[in-house]
Design a protein. Structure first.
Length: 118
């Protein structure tokens, strides 16, 4: 039996998000005593390197998405070669992998590596 899906807005999802965000809104307006999240970092150099790496990771994700879309354009234009096929298969895997690494989601990184190198 096939179930029909529809794209729609779910008010309960928004409410869940807002409920979870309430402590964050309070923290933003009223800082906690001894608020270590707002303290100056003692690892400034490492933080700078991490920030640069995060920007590079997002750029890599965007490049992979652009390569993926360009590969589809090429495919529909009648270009069928190794570059286009690799663009259709490897680019989205790399985009998901880079995104998982950027989000520090190691649970997702392992299966993505398995998919990429199968």
């Amino acid at each position: 039996m096939l179930k029909e899906y529809k794209l729609s807005f779910n008010i309960y999802g928004l409410l869940l998000f807002l409920i979870i965000m309430i402590p964050n809104f309070i923290w933003f307006a009223v800082p906690a005593p001894n608020d270590v999240l707002r303290a100056d970092s003692v690892t400034g150099g490492i933080d700078t390197i991490a920030s640069v790496c995060q920007v590079l990771m997002i750029i890599a994700v965007m490049i992979c998405c652009l390569l993926y879309f360009a590969s589809w354009v090429g495919y529909y234009a009648g270009i069928v070669n190794m570059g286009v096929i690799l663009g259709l298969t490897v680019s989205p895997c790399l985009a998901f992998l880079f995104f998982a690494i950027d989000r520090k989601n190691m649970i997702a990184v392992i299966p993505m590596l398995l998919i990429l190198f199968r």
